[in-house]
Design a protein around this ligand. Structure first.
Ligand code: PEP
Length: 257
C-alpha cells in the first residue's frame, strides 16, 4: 500500500525561535506509522536548523523552490544538489504563488521538476485552476496542460517518480476549500490522464490535495479514494492543527493502490 503524504509548507514565515517551538510540538504529536510520510518545507535560511531538529525523527525535510540550473552565476538561486546536500528529500515545484507572483511558466516548472529528479529529490508538482477557469468549466483542461508540459520535457517515467499536488488557486490561503467531491473529481481526472501513459504508475502515484485544508475538513477530504494526503499551508504553522491533519491522513490510508 502506498503511504499517504502530508506536507507542511511554511511559506515565508517563521524565525529561529518560533520554528523551534513549532517543531517541538509537531514532533511530539507524531506517531510511528509506515502508512504516512510527513514533510516540513521551511524557508531556505532555516533548512539546516530544521534538518538538525528532524534528525532521529520520522518527519522529513523539503524545500519550497529549486533552481533549474546546477551551479554557477545565478545570484539568489539554490540548486537541487545543494538541497540534497542539506538533507532535503522533497521540493515543491510550480506552487501557484511562484507561478502567479514570480512568473514561473509551465516550461520553467518542467525544468525545475527535471533538475529535482536528476539530483535525487522528489518534486511535488503543484497544479490547479483559478476561479475564472473553474467558472469557465476548464479545470480539467488547465491541470492537464500543466501536467503535460512536464511530461513533454521529462517523460512519463520521471513524472511518475514525483508527486502531484492539486491545488485550486481559489482555495489557497482563502479559507475556501474545494468540496471533497470537487477535489476527488479532479484527482480522478489526473490519475486517468497519467493512466493513459502507464496504468500501474498512475495507481501508485501520490496525488495530494491542497487549499485551506484544516483540522475540521481534513478527514472528509482524505477519505476520498484518489486523494493520498495534503499540501498544507496556513494550518502547518499551528502544531495542533497540523497534528490533527496528520492524524486524519493516518486514519485514511491506502487510496487506490
Ligand atoms: C499551500 O501553500 O500550498 C496551501 C495549500 O496553503 P493553504 O493551506 O494556506 O491554503
Amino acid at each position: 500500500m502506498k503511504p499517504n503524504l502530508v506536507i507542511g509548507n511554511w511559506k515565508m514565515n517563521g524565525s529561529q525561535q518560533t520554528n523551534e517551538v513549532l517543531l517541538r510540538a509537531v514532533l511530539a504529536g507524531q506517531k510511528n506509522d509506515a502508512h504516512l510520510e510527513v514533510v516540513i518545507c521551511p524557508p531556505f535560511p532555516y533548512l539546516a536548523s530544521v534538518a538538525a531538529h528532524l534528525q532521529h525523527s520520522n518527519v522529513v525535510l523539503g524545500a519550497q523552490n529549486v533552481s533549474a540550473t546546477t551551479h554557477g552565476a545565478f545570484t539568489g538561486e539554490v540548486s537541487a544538489s545543494m538541497l540534497r546536500d542539506i538533507g532535503c528529500r522533497y521540493v515543491l515545484v510550480g506552487h501557484s504563488e511562484r507561478r502567479a507572483l514570480f512568473g514561473e511558466t509551465d516550461e520553467a516548472v518542467a525544468q525545475k521538476f527535471v533538475a529535482a529528479i536528476d539530483h535525487g529529490l522528489i518534486p511535488v508538482l503543484c497544479v490547479g485552476e483559478t476561479l475564472d477557469e473553474r467558472r469557465a468549466g476548464i479545470t480539467n483542461g488547465v491541470v492537464t496542460t500543466q501536467i503535460t508540459a512536464v511530461i513533454k520535457h521529462a517523460g512519463i517515467e520521471k513524472l511518475t517518480r514525483g508527486v502531484i499536488a492539486y491545488e485550486p488557486v481559489w482555495a489557497i490561503g482563502t479559507g475556501e476549500t474545494a468540496s471533497p467531491e470537487q477535489a476527488q473529481a479532479v484527482h480522478r481526472h489526473i490519475r486517468g490522464k497519467i493512466g493513459v501513459y502507464d496504468e500501474q504508475a498512475a495507481i501508485n502515484l501520490q496525488i495530494l490535495y491542497g487549499g485551506s485544508v484544516k483540522a475540521d475538513n481534513a478527514q472528509a477530504i482524505f477519505s476520498q479514494p484518489d486523494i493520498d494526503g495534503g499540501l498544507i499551508g496556513g494550518a502547518s504553522l499551528d502544531a495542533a492543527s497540523f497534528t490533527s491533519i496528520c492524524d486524519a491522513a493516518r486514519a485514511n490510508p491506502g487510496g487506490t493502490a
